[in-house]
Design a protein around this ligand. Structure first.
Ligand code: MIG
Length: 836
């Protein structure tokens, strides 16, 4: 015994001595200092690029397309991890070349040059004519500190940064830092980070040599990650993953829209959503029992407030057990759902991931038997607490789990449900400390929660989407998710979680959804009225009028709060709500066409001004950073409630007030913004197809005349009108109708091109309504085809006068004033040109 003690002590002393003498420090070297990519020792061609080896690690460059280059760095001694849940595009065959030139390699595509310095290994992306777009910080490049890896980029003086999706804060993220770790954050402060969803993609903007430059970077790494846009330093922007490879895509487009296009080509776009999901959605935590659900739905119909969707939150289940019904509250669910359906309502049910541990509960038994849950390294199922009590959690990175989960919706689907709301999928657990050692299948490759966490919500949405799509026999499901990762747009709409009933939060929500559009998510929205807290009637009205122009239009409220239906705030707010909801329904041909554009190109429906005006520095002003465009033509300027006047930014163009249809001067302007009059402006040259009022989108049909509003502008413009059956995938086989409408002030004409596609429009006629054409008067004649037709005067009011309330009555009164001209033309299969 004594001998051993002595030996051990002596050994320890020797070790300390050796350390002090510097014999051992080698062991620790890599933790004392970061290790950056070093001098290139070998370079090799690969299938679509080249791989460079250094003592610290390798870097592989892969050409995905002329504008998209992947940079994949792996630490020395590790195997590259090429698995991805985000990227669905393979490198495409395209022209590119690597040439070696005085110790550097130069990768050239049609759109970009990438200079690869080899001593040490550093990158610089340049325009084809040699202007630097983005380059590695020369000293640091890509560097590891332990397992953590960071790419450092030289920051440029006037550089701005936008993107990262669902992140609070300003539009220009310069000087800010962010963390990606999906977080269930009830009542999050309006500046909190992180919240629910991760899209590690941003866009950098700056000018050099008189040229406006922009680029995108998407780091596809699901570990906890950090982005720094010059926070606490003046030297670099950087992005860090706490583990795994440094794997990022560089997008070299000349416009923000082009970058979004490339990013969504890479990570996917949504399929067309069911038309009904674009209507007004009413939610509450929770409507029950069945009678109450039916009452709420019926009230919409009685009050003639259009609506399409009602939600069942967690109380519809038996003890919060997913895939069950509470039979006391909902004794005949199918009957209730049928009644709702025939009244033009679709029902969306919530599903949480946590499966209650309870003997005899089918989902639990099946999941346990087939090993479908997340497990500890010793093979036992992980157990955590959520609503049902102790739960197991489906492993959505296991293909068998996804299949089982998808099939589990069979009962709901046969009951008549086609909308599914995925909540709590960060994943959330009571305690909010999901243990890191828990293992995920990763489609057979195995990883821990550290890598799986940020992917969980997206994979749940995927399993829900793929499963219900199969079950619905050709009908489109609607999925709404809280958490997600890049690519989530392929499966689901997203809402911004548990916001707060305050003006500040309403505005923050607009910025969040604007930013989400920049990272490929077109179907986004926020809880109208705020989830937690009780909004004033003014605030609710303001919020709803903003929501009417957002892609996902849903009111929702928490369990302890007062009702938040459009009629819960008195007659005036009810009337304002009806007015704006009705306007949204009238705009549906325009909005649906925008969703088609999003599904075809990735361009969002709700567009941050940075998409069109990235280099107009005024858009980054706090005062204007909530503004967005609904499609190409409608400028929405959200404004605090209780603010009767506000400042708006209208970039150079002709503009018209939505309310008066009269011209408004471009630039920074003070406008009226009383509660019934959200500042909304129509761009000159706008082409906006609209339909007659309907109460819902699934049962009610508009008249057979499509109204196409054309606003005078000095520039030519075009709009692609789109239509399909609104409910199936037949459009993917060509059963759609696309029709380009063009306006040309030079030739003084408006043309409806021949329709493309095999779908027959529900419209037989088009009423072309011309606004702001001051050179024309009622009675003027126009040429349509070979005939002369006469323009009629029109009083156009998009919003109805609010009868009982004087201020708006005055503003809205149409009097005898003629503010537009119209002519009805056939909307058939041949081209129609109207000229004057
Ligand atoms: O722990 O299902 O964000 O919309 O109403 C709260 C109840 C769980 C959080 C969601 C919210 C939903 C609520 N859920």
């Amino acid at each position: 015994m004594i001998m051993m003690q002595l030996t051990r002590t002596t050994f320890l002393r020797l070790a300390v001595f050796a350390f002090v003498l510097g014999i051992v420090p080698q062991l620790n070297a890599q933790h004392k200092r970061g290790t950056a990519l070093a001098d290139v020792t070998s370079a090799k061609k690969t299938d679509h690029g080249m791989v460079f080896t250094t003592a610290a690690g390798t870097m592989e460059l892969t050409v995905y397309s002329p504008t998209v280059i992947r940079v994949h760095c792996t630490k020395a001694g590790q195997r590259p991890d090429k698995q991805t849940y985000a990227v669905i595009q393979e490198p495409t065959a395209c022209r590119y070349a690597f040439t070696e030139e005085s110790g550097r390699w130069i990768l050239t595509t049609d759109s970009v040059r990438c200079i690869v310095r080899t001593k040490p290994l550093r990158l610089s992306f340049e325009t084809p004519d040699g202007i630097v777009i983005n380059e590695d910080e020369p000293a640091f490049g890509t560097m590891w500190i332990g397992e953590e890896v960071t790419a450092y980029k030289k920051i440029v003086e006037d550089e701005k940064f936008i993107g990262l999706g669902e992140k609070t804060g300003p539009l220009n993220r310069r000087g800010e830092g962010y963390t990606n770790w999906n977080t269930d954050f009830f009542g999050y402060p309006s500046g909190a980070d992180p919240i629910y969803l991760t899209t590690p993609m941003y866009i950098g903007l700056h000018s050099s040599k008189g040229r406006n430059l922009c680029y995108g970077i998407f780091m596809d790494n699901s570990y906890k990650s950090h982005f720094n846009f010059g926070a606490s330093n003046d030297r670099f922007s950087s992005f860090t993953a706490e583990d795994g490879d440094m794997n990022y895509f560089f997008f070299a487009n000349s416009s923000v829209a082009g970058i979004i296009g490339s990013y969504t080509a890479l990570t996917g776009r949504m399929e067309m959503p069911p038309l009904w999901s674009l209507g007004f959605q009413q939610c509450r935590y929770s409507y029950y029992p069945d009678k109450e659900v039916l009452r709420v739905a019926q009230t919409f119909r009685e009050k003639k407030i259009p609506a399409d969707v009602i939600y069942l939150d967690i109380h519809y289940m038996d003890a919060y057990k997913i895939f069950t019904w509470n039979s006391e509250r909902f004794s005949q669910p199918k009957k209730m759902l049928d009644d709702l359906e025939s009244n033009g309502f679709k029902t969306v049910v919530i599903v949480d991931p946590g499966i209650k541990v309870e003997k005899g509960y089918a989902s639990y038994e099946k999941g346990k038997l087939d090993n479908l849950f997340l497990r500890y390294p010793d093979g036992t199922n992980y157990t955590g607490q959520v609503w049902p009590g102790w739960c197991h959690f489906p492993d959505f990175t296991n293909p068998a789990t996804r299949t089982w989960w998808g099939e589990s919706f069979k009962g709901y689907v046969s009951d008549g449900i086609d909308g599914f709301w995925n909540d709590m999928n960060e994943p959330a657990t009571w305690g909010q400390r999901f243990p890191e050692l828990v293992e995920f299948d990763f489609d057979g490759t195995i990883g821990t929660h550290r890598k799986g966490h940020n992917l969980y919500g997206m994979q749940m949405a995927r399993a829900t989407y793929e499963g219900t799509k199969k079950l619905l026999g050709g009908k489109r499901p609607f999925i709404l998710t809280r958490a997600g990762y890049s690519g989530v747009q392929r499966y689901s709409a997203v809402w911004t979680g548990d916001n707060v009933s305050s003006d500040d939060h309403m505005m923050a929500g607009v910025r969040l959804t604007n930013s989400m559009g920049l990272t490929g998510m077109p179907f986004v929205g926020m809880d109208i009225g705020g989830f937690t807290g009780n909004p004033s009637s003014q605030l609710f009205a303001r919020w709803l009028t903003i929501g009417a122009f957002q892609p996902l239009f849903r009111a929702h409220v928490a369990i302890d709060n007062k009702d938040q239906e459009p009629w819960s705030f008195g007659e005036r707010v009810e009337e304002i709500s009806r007015n704006y909801i009705q306007l949204r329904y009238n705009l549906m041909p325009y909005i649906y066409s925008l969703f088609h554009e999003a599904s075809a190109t990735g361009l969002p429906v709700q567009r941050s001004l940075a998409i069109e005006h990235a280099f107009d520095s005024r858009i980054y002003d706090w005062a204007f950073s909530q503004q967005f465009m609904l499609g190409p033509s409608i400028m929405v300027c959200p404004q605090w409630s209780g603010q009767d006047y506000c400042k708006v930014l209208l970039p150079k163009n002709e503009w018209y007030s939505l309310h008066s249809l009269s011209p408004v001067t471009a630039d920074v302007t003070i406008v009226e913004s009383p509660i019934e009059k959200l500042p909304v402006f129509i761009k000159g040259g706008a082409i906006i197809p609209m339909q007659s009022p309907v109460q819902n989108l699934s049962q009610d049909k508009p008249s057979d005349t499509l109204s196409i509003y054309v606003y005078y502008g000095s520039q030519a413009s075009a709009f692609d009108y789109y239509e399909d059956d609104g409910s199936t995938y037949a459009y993917q086989q060509g059963a759609s109708l696309q029709r380009r409408v063009t306006y040309d002030p030079a030739s003084r004409s408006i043309t409806l091109a021949k329709p493309e596609g095999s779908y027959t429009s529900k419209f037989r006629a088009a009423k072309i309504v011309m606004v702001g054409f001051t050179s024309l008067a009622p009675g003027s004649s126009v040429t349509v085809g070979s005939s002369r037709m006469t323009l009629n005067g029109e009083n156009v009011n998009f919003l109805q006068p609010i009868s009982n309330f004087d201020p708006i009555g005055k503003v809205q009164r149409a009097d005898a004033k003629v503010n537009a001209l119209s002519v009805v033309v056939p909307f058939g299969t041949s081209e129609v040109t109207l000229s004057w």
